[in-house]
Design a protein around this ligand. Structure first.
Ligand SMILES: Cc1ncc(COP(=O)(O)O)c(C=O)c1O
Length: 376
Protein backbone atom coordinates (compact mmCIF):
# COMPACT_ATOMS: atom_id res chain seq x y z
CA UNK A 1 0.00 0.00 0.00
CA UNK A 2 1.22 3.46 -0.81
CA UNK A 3 0.13 5.30 2.34
CA UNK A 4 0.80 8.69 0.78
CA UNK A 5 -1.96 7.98 -1.76
CA UNK A 6 -4.51 7.48 1.02
CA UNK A 7 -6.45 10.32 2.68
CA UNK A 8 -6.06 10.58 6.46
CA UNK A 9 -7.75 9.42 8.59
CA UNK A 10 -8.96 6.34 6.73
CA UNK A 11 -9.61 2.63 7.28
CA UNK A 12 -8.23 0.75 4.29
CA UNK A 13 -9.15 -2.81 3.41
CA UNK A 14 -6.41 -4.66 1.54
CA UNK A 15 -8.29 -6.59 -1.15
CA UNK A 16 -5.51 -9.10 -1.75
CA UNK A 17 -5.19 -10.02 1.94
CA UNK A 18 -8.99 -10.21 2.22
CA UNK A 19 -9.28 -12.54 -0.78
CA UNK A 20 -6.51 -14.72 0.67
CA UNK A 21 -8.52 -15.18 3.89
CA UNK A 22 -11.70 -15.85 1.94
CA UNK A 23 -9.96 -18.48 -0.20
CA UNK A 24 -8.62 -20.24 2.89
CA UNK A 25 -12.03 -20.22 4.58
CA UNK A 26 -13.68 -21.55 1.42
CA UNK A 27 -11.16 -24.39 1.18
CA UNK A 28 -11.75 -25.37 4.84
CA UNK A 29 -15.49 -25.35 4.14
CA UNK A 30 -15.11 -27.63 1.14
CA UNK A 31 -12.55 -30.01 2.62
CA UNK A 32 -14.29 -30.38 5.98
CA UNK A 33 -17.77 -30.67 4.43
CA UNK A 34 -19.22 -27.96 6.67
CA UNK A 35 -20.87 -24.61 6.02
CA UNK A 36 -18.92 -21.50 7.02
CA UNK A 37 -20.82 -18.25 7.26
CA UNK A 38 -19.66 -14.69 7.93
CA UNK A 39 -20.46 -13.11 11.32
CA UNK A 40 -21.45 -9.51 10.57
CA UNK A 41 -20.74 -8.50 14.15
CA UNK A 42 -17.05 -8.61 13.24
CA UNK A 43 -17.22 -7.34 9.68
CA UNK A 44 -20.08 -5.59 7.92
CA UNK A 45 -18.41 -3.62 5.13
CA UNK A 46 -21.27 -4.23 2.72
CA UNK A 47 -19.71 -2.64 -0.32
CA UNK A 48 -17.30 -5.58 -0.50
CA UNK A 49 -19.97 -8.27 -0.03
CA UNK A 50 -19.79 -8.96 -3.81
CA UNK A 51 -16.19 -10.08 -3.14
CA UNK A 52 -17.29 -12.18 -0.13
CA UNK A 53 -19.97 -13.85 -2.24
CA UNK A 54 -17.37 -15.13 -4.70
CA UNK A 55 -16.26 -17.43 -1.86
CA UNK A 56 -18.94 -17.63 0.86
CA UNK A 57 -22.67 -17.24 0.32
CA UNK A 58 -24.23 -16.80 3.72
CA UNK A 59 -23.96 -14.81 6.93
CA UNK A 60 -25.01 -14.78 10.53
CA UNK A 61 -26.84 -11.87 12.10
CA UNK A 62 -27.37 -10.82 15.69
CA UNK A 63 -30.04 -8.15 15.26
CA UNK A 64 -32.77 -6.92 12.97
CA UNK A 65 -30.37 -4.55 11.21
CA UNK A 66 -27.79 -7.28 10.57
CA UNK A 67 -30.43 -9.74 9.32
CA UNK A 68 -31.74 -7.10 6.90
CA UNK A 69 -28.20 -6.40 5.71
CA UNK A 70 -27.77 -10.14 5.06
CA UNK A 71 -30.97 -10.28 3.04
CA UNK A 72 -30.45 -7.07 1.08
CA UNK A 73 -26.69 -6.89 0.63
CA UNK A 74 -25.40 -10.48 0.94
CA UNK A 75 -28.44 -11.65 -1.03
CA UNK A 76 -29.21 -14.59 1.26
CA UNK A 77 -31.36 -14.99 4.37
CA UNK A 78 -29.45 -14.88 7.64
CA UNK A 79 -28.78 -17.43 10.34
CA UNK A 80 -29.94 -15.16 13.12
CA UNK A 81 -29.13 -15.40 16.80
CA UNK A 82 -29.95 -12.60 19.21
CA UNK A 83 -29.73 -12.76 23.00
CA UNK A 84 -33.36 -11.56 23.18
CA UNK A 85 -36.00 -10.89 20.50
CA UNK A 86 -38.78 -8.31 20.84
CA UNK A 87 -42.41 -8.67 19.80
CA UNK A 88 -42.25 -5.74 17.43
CA UNK A 89 -39.01 -6.74 15.65
CA UNK A 90 -39.49 -10.50 15.40
CA UNK A 91 -41.86 -10.48 12.37
CA UNK A 92 -39.35 -8.45 10.35
CA UNK A 93 -36.42 -10.59 11.50
CA UNK A 94 -38.33 -13.63 10.16
CA UNK A 95 -38.57 -11.99 6.74
CA UNK A 96 -34.78 -11.91 6.54
CA UNK A 97 -33.83 -15.22 8.21
CA UNK A 98 -33.68 -18.89 7.23
CA UNK A 99 -32.56 -20.02 10.71
CA UNK A 100 -33.34 -18.41 14.05
CA UNK A 101 -31.56 -19.43 17.23
CA UNK A 102 -33.03 -18.62 20.62
CA UNK A 103 -31.02 -17.87 23.73
CA UNK A 104 -33.50 -19.42 26.18
CA UNK A 105 -36.34 -21.93 26.28
CA UNK A 106 -38.80 -19.17 27.19
CA UNK A 107 -37.86 -17.11 24.09
CA UNK A 108 -38.16 -20.26 21.94
CA UNK A 109 -41.63 -21.00 23.32
CA UNK A 110 -42.75 -17.40 22.87
CA UNK A 111 -41.81 -17.17 19.19
CA UNK A 112 -41.74 -20.77 17.90
CA UNK A 113 -45.29 -20.86 16.49
CA UNK A 114 -44.72 -17.74 14.39
CA UNK A 115 -41.41 -19.08 13.07
CA UNK A 116 -42.92 -22.48 12.26
CA UNK A 117 -45.61 -20.84 10.14
CA UNK A 118 -42.86 -19.20 8.08
CA UNK A 119 -40.88 -22.45 7.71
CA UNK A 120 -37.92 -21.06 9.60
CA UNK A 121 -35.58 -23.59 11.13
CA UNK A 122 -35.38 -22.94 14.86
CA UNK A 123 -32.44 -23.61 17.15
CA UNK A 124 -31.42 -23.21 20.76
CA UNK A 125 -28.15 -21.73 21.94
CA UNK A 126 -26.57 -24.06 24.48
CA UNK A 127 -24.02 -23.12 27.10
CA UNK A 128 -21.57 -25.97 27.73
CA UNK A 129 -20.17 -24.07 30.73
CA UNK A 130 -16.68 -24.60 29.37
CA UNK A 131 -14.45 -22.09 27.63
CA UNK A 132 -10.74 -21.38 27.49
CA UNK A 133 -11.29 -17.65 26.95
CA UNK A 134 -9.50 -15.87 29.78
CA UNK A 135 -10.95 -12.34 29.50
CA UNK A 136 -14.41 -12.41 31.13
CA UNK A 137 -15.66 -9.67 28.79
CA UNK A 138 -15.28 -12.18 25.94
CA UNK A 139 -16.16 -15.38 27.80
CA UNK A 140 -19.74 -16.52 27.12
CA UNK A 141 -19.34 -19.38 29.64
CA UNK A 142 -18.22 -17.32 32.64
CA UNK A 143 -20.20 -18.29 35.78
CA UNK A 144 -23.64 -16.70 35.70
CA UNK A 145 -23.42 -15.99 31.96
CA UNK A 146 -26.69 -14.87 30.38
CA UNK A 147 -25.85 -16.59 27.09
CA UNK A 148 -27.29 -19.98 26.23
CA UNK A 149 -29.19 -22.80 27.93
CA UNK A 150 -27.17 -24.95 30.32
CA UNK A 151 -27.52 -28.74 30.25
CA UNK A 152 -29.26 -28.74 33.62
CA UNK A 153 -32.20 -26.77 32.17
CA UNK A 154 -32.98 -29.34 29.48
CA UNK A 155 -34.88 -32.59 29.99
CA UNK A 156 -34.38 -35.90 28.14
CA UNK A 157 -35.73 -34.46 24.93
CA UNK A 158 -35.49 -31.04 23.39
CA UNK A 159 -38.62 -28.88 23.22
CA UNK A 160 -40.67 -29.91 20.17
CA UNK A 161 -39.69 -27.90 17.10
CA UNK A 162 -36.02 -27.39 17.96
CA UNK A 163 -34.11 -28.39 14.82
CA UNK A 164 -30.66 -27.17 15.71
CA UNK A 165 -28.24 -26.43 18.52
CA UNK A 166 -25.79 -23.56 18.60
CA UNK A 167 -22.80 -22.99 20.84
CA UNK A 168 -20.36 -20.10 20.86
CA UNK A 169 -17.52 -20.42 23.36
CA UNK A 170 -14.36 -19.43 21.49
CA UNK A 171 -12.58 -16.12 20.87
CA UNK A 172 -9.51 -15.88 18.62
CA UNK A 173 -9.06 -19.58 19.46
CA UNK A 174 -7.26 -22.57 17.99
CA UNK A 175 -8.66 -25.83 16.64
CA UNK A 176 -7.35 -27.51 19.81
CA UNK A 177 -9.59 -25.20 21.87
CA UNK A 178 -12.50 -26.23 19.66
CA UNK A 179 -11.60 -29.89 20.21
CA UNK A 180 -11.78 -29.46 23.99
CA UNK A 181 -15.12 -27.63 23.71
CA UNK A 182 -16.53 -30.25 21.35
CA UNK A 183 -15.66 -33.00 23.83
CA UNK A 184 -17.65 -31.19 26.52
CA UNK A 185 -20.53 -30.43 24.15
CA UNK A 186 -20.74 -34.09 23.10
CA UNK A 187 -20.58 -35.25 26.69
CA UNK A 188 -23.29 -32.88 27.92
CA UNK A 189 -25.52 -32.48 24.84
CA UNK A 190 -24.66 -35.49 22.62
CA UNK A 191 -27.86 -37.23 23.67
CA UNK A 192 -29.84 -34.59 21.76
CA UNK A 193 -27.90 -34.92 18.50
CA UNK A 194 -30.27 -37.57 17.14
CA UNK A 195 -33.14 -35.07 17.62
CA UNK A 196 -31.61 -32.23 15.58
CA UNK A 197 -30.67 -31.47 11.95
CA UNK A 198 -27.90 -28.92 12.41
CA UNK A 199 -25.20 -27.92 14.84
CA UNK A 200 -23.76 -24.41 14.74
CA UNK A 201 -20.30 -24.25 16.35
CA UNK A 202 -20.34 -20.45 16.63
CA UNK A 203 -17.37 -18.18 15.98
CA UNK A 204 -13.90 -17.66 17.39
CA UNK A 205 -12.20 -20.07 14.94
CA UNK A 206 -9.23 -17.96 13.92
CA UNK A 207 -8.31 -20.16 10.97
CA UNK A 208 -6.59 -17.39 9.00
CA UNK A 209 -4.00 -16.65 11.70
CA UNK A 210 -0.53 -17.81 10.60
CA UNK A 211 -0.12 -20.38 13.36
CA UNK A 212 -3.64 -21.87 13.16
CA UNK A 213 -3.57 -25.60 12.44
CA UNK A 214 -6.18 -25.79 9.67
CA UNK A 215 -5.34 -29.43 8.91
CA UNK A 216 -6.22 -30.31 12.49
CA UNK A 217 -9.48 -28.34 12.23
CA UNK A 218 -10.42 -30.16 9.03
CA UNK A 219 -9.67 -33.59 10.55
CA UNK A 220 -11.57 -32.68 13.72
CA UNK A 221 -14.65 -31.65 11.71
CA UNK A 222 -14.42 -34.64 9.38
CA UNK A 223 -14.23 -37.00 12.35
CA UNK A 224 -17.19 -35.25 14.02
CA UNK A 225 -19.21 -35.55 10.82
CA UNK A 226 -18.39 -39.23 10.48
CA UNK A 227 -19.86 -39.79 13.96
CA UNK A 228 -22.97 -37.71 13.19
CA UNK A 229 -23.45 -37.92 9.41
CA UNK A 230 -27.02 -36.61 9.61
CA UNK A 231 -25.90 -33.28 11.12
CA UNK A 232 -25.33 -30.19 8.98
CA UNK A 233 -22.37 -28.48 10.66
CA UNK A 234 -22.10 -24.70 10.56
CA UNK A 235 -19.23 -22.45 11.70
CA UNK A 236 -19.76 -18.69 11.95
CA UNK A 237 -16.43 -16.95 12.46
CA UNK A 238 -16.10 -13.20 12.09
CA UNK A 239 -12.55 -12.16 12.94
CA UNK A 240 -11.07 -14.90 10.74
CA UNK A 241 -12.55 -13.26 7.63
CA UNK A 242 -10.95 -9.87 8.22
CA UNK A 243 -7.87 -10.87 10.24
CA UNK A 244 -4.85 -8.79 9.18
CA UNK A 245 -6.68 -7.35 6.18
CA UNK A 246 -6.11 -3.66 6.56
CA UNK A 247 -5.01 -0.58 8.43
CA UNK A 248 -6.12 2.67 9.95
CA UNK A 249 -4.09 5.49 8.42
CA UNK A 250 -3.70 8.53 10.67
CA UNK A 251 -1.57 11.66 10.93
CA UNK A 252 0.47 13.27 13.72
CA UNK A 253 -1.02 16.71 14.46
CA UNK A 254 1.15 17.79 17.36
CA UNK A 255 3.69 16.51 19.90
CA UNK A 256 3.11 17.36 23.57
CA UNK A 257 5.39 16.68 26.55
CA UNK A 258 4.55 16.13 30.21
CA UNK A 259 6.97 14.80 32.86
CA UNK A 260 9.25 13.38 30.21
CA UNK A 261 6.43 11.61 28.35
CA UNK A 262 6.10 12.64 24.73
CA UNK A 263 2.68 12.11 23.19
CA UNK A 264 2.03 12.22 19.48
CA UNK A 265 -1.42 13.75 19.12
CA UNK A 266 -3.22 12.05 16.23
CA UNK A 267 -6.24 12.80 14.05
CA UNK A 268 -7.81 9.54 15.30
CA UNK A 269 -9.03 8.38 18.69
CA UNK A 270 -8.57 5.09 20.53
CA UNK A 271 -11.93 5.59 22.25
CA UNK A 272 -13.81 6.30 19.01
CA UNK A 273 -11.89 4.52 16.27
CA UNK A 274 -9.94 1.69 17.95
CA UNK A 275 -12.18 0.90 20.96
CA UNK A 276 -10.90 -2.65 21.49
CA UNK A 277 -7.43 -1.28 22.33
CA UNK A 278 -8.97 0.22 25.47
CA UNK A 279 -11.65 -2.43 26.10
CA UNK A 280 -9.74 -5.65 25.59
CA UNK A 281 -7.14 -4.07 26.15
CA UNK A 282 -4.43 -4.69 23.56
CA UNK A 283 -1.55 -2.77 22.03
CA UNK A 284 -1.85 -2.43 18.26
CA UNK A 285 1.13 -2.63 15.92
CA UNK A 286 2.23 0.50 14.09
CA UNK A 287 4.01 0.25 10.73
CA UNK A 288 7.70 1.12 11.23
CA UNK A 289 7.49 1.38 15.04
CA UNK A 290 8.96 -0.97 17.63
CA UNK A 291 8.67 -1.70 21.33
CA UNK A 292 10.17 1.12 23.46
CA UNK A 293 13.94 1.16 23.13
CA UNK A 294 16.32 3.31 25.22
CA UNK A 295 17.94 6.08 23.19
CA UNK A 296 15.30 6.01 20.42
CA UNK A 297 12.58 8.66 20.00
CA UNK A 298 9.68 7.19 21.99
CA UNK A 299 6.05 8.29 22.07
CA UNK A 300 2.65 7.58 23.44
CA UNK A 301 -0.03 7.82 20.79
CA UNK A 302 -2.73 10.26 21.87
CA UNK A 303 -6.30 10.24 20.57
CA UNK A 304 -8.21 13.38 19.59
CA UNK A 305 -11.20 12.92 21.90
CA UNK A 306 -11.42 14.60 25.30
CA UNK A 307 -11.38 11.30 27.22
CA UNK A 308 -8.35 11.42 29.53
CA UNK A 309 -7.60 7.77 28.89
CA UNK A 310 -7.73 8.15 25.11
CA UNK A 311 -4.08 7.17 24.55
CA UNK A 312 -1.94 4.10 24.27
CA UNK A 313 1.75 3.54 24.36
CA UNK A 314 4.59 3.55 24.04
CA UNK A 315 6.36 2.93 20.72
CA UNK A 316 9.88 3.80 19.56
CA UNK A 317 10.81 5.11 16.11
CA UNK A 318 14.13 5.42 14.27
CA UNK A 319 13.67 9.16 13.81
CA UNK A 320 11.75 11.78 15.79
CA UNK A 321 8.10 12.20 14.79
CA UNK A 322 6.96 15.49 13.28
CA UNK A 323 3.51 16.93 12.73
CA UNK A 324 2.34 15.68 9.34
CA UNK A 325 3.92 12.21 9.70
CA UNK A 326 1.69 9.26 8.94
CA UNK A 327 0.98 6.75 11.72
CA UNK A 328 -0.45 3.53 10.31
CA UNK A 329 -2.13 1.14 12.75
CA UNK A 330 -2.14 -2.46 11.57
CA UNK A 331 -4.99 -4.99 11.61
CA UNK A 332 -7.76 -2.43 12.14
CA UNK A 333 -10.58 -4.03 10.17
CA UNK A 334 -12.29 -6.84 12.17
CA UNK A 335 -14.51 -5.53 14.98
CA UNK A 336 -12.71 -2.15 14.95
CA UNK A 337 -14.75 -0.69 12.09
CA UNK A 338 -18.13 -1.95 13.31
CA UNK A 339 -17.56 -0.74 16.86
CA UNK A 340 -16.62 2.87 16.17
CA UNK A 341 -18.50 5.79 17.68
CA UNK A 342 -18.87 9.47 16.87
CA UNK A 343 -18.24 10.54 20.48
CA UNK A 344 -17.11 14.17 20.73
CA UNK A 345 -18.06 14.58 17.06
CA UNK A 346 -14.44 13.91 16.14
CA UNK A 347 -13.96 13.44 12.41
CA UNK A 348 -14.75 9.88 11.50
CA UNK A 349 -12.13 8.07 9.41
CA UNK A 350 -13.11 7.51 5.79
CA UNK A 351 -13.33 3.98 4.44
CA UNK A 352 -11.39 2.81 1.41
CA UNK A 353 -10.04 -0.25 -0.29
CA UNK A 354 -6.57 -0.91 -1.67
CA UNK A 355 -7.52 -2.93 -4.72
CA UNK A 356 -5.78 -5.97 -6.13
CA UNK A 357 -4.77 -3.70 -9.02
CA UNK A 358 -2.80 -1.58 -6.49
CA UNK A 359 -5.16 1.38 -6.59
CA UNK A 360 -6.81 3.24 -3.72
CA UNK A 361 -10.58 3.44 -3.97
CA UNK A 362 -12.49 5.68 -1.56
CA UNK A 363 -15.72 3.94 -0.49
CA UNK A 364 -17.08 6.40 2.04
CA UNK A 365 -16.32 9.80 3.51
CA UNK A 366 -18.25 10.89 6.60
CA UNK A 367 -19.67 14.33 7.14
CA UNK A 368 -21.27 16.58 9.73
CA UNK A 369 -24.66 15.13 8.69
CA UNK A 370 -23.56 11.63 9.75
CA UNK A 371 -22.75 12.96 13.21
CA UNK A 372 -25.91 15.06 13.42
CA UNK A 373 -28.23 12.31 12.17
CA UNK A 374 -27.34 9.99 15.01
CA UNK A 375 -29.32 12.27 17.29
CA UNK A 376 -32.22 14.63 17.02
C1 LIG B 1 -22.84 -15.92 18.60
C2 LIG B 1 -21.58 -15.48 17.94
N1 LIG B 1 -21.24 -16.02 16.75
C3 LIG B 1 -20.10 -15.65 16.10
C4 LIG B 1 -19.25 -14.70 16.64
C5 LIG B 1 -18.01 -14.32 15.87
O1 LIG B 1 -16.87 -14.60 16.59
P1 LIG B 1 -15.41 -14.27 16.02
O2 LIG B 1 -15.47 -12.95 15.38
O3 LIG B 1 -14.56 -14.29 17.25
O4 LIG B 1 -15.07 -15.36 15.07
C6 LIG B 1 -19.56 -14.12 17.88
C7 LIG B 1 -18.70 -13.11 18.50
O5 LIG B 1 -18.92 -12.57 19.53
C8 LIG B 1 -20.77 -14.51 18.55
O6 LIG B 1 -21.13 -13.96 19.72
Amino acid sequence: MDYSAIPSPCYVLDERAFRKNLALIKSVQERAGVQIILAFKAFALWSVFPIVREYISCSTASSLAESRLAFEEMGSPAHTYSPAYTDDEFPEIMKYSSHITFNSISQFKKFYQQAKEKNISCGLRINPEFSDVETDLYNPCAPGSRLGVTAGLLGDTLPEGVEGLHFHTLCESSSYDLEKTLNVVEEKFGKYFSQIKWLNMGGGHLMTRGDYDTEHLIKLLQSFRSRYPHLHVILEPGSAFAWQTGVLVSTVLDIVENKGINTAMLNVSFACHMPDCLEMPYKPSIVGAKEPEAGKPTYRMGGNSCLSGDYYGSWSFDTALQPGDRIVFEDMIHYTMVKTTMFNGVTHPSIGIWTKEDKFLLLRKFSYEDYKNRMS
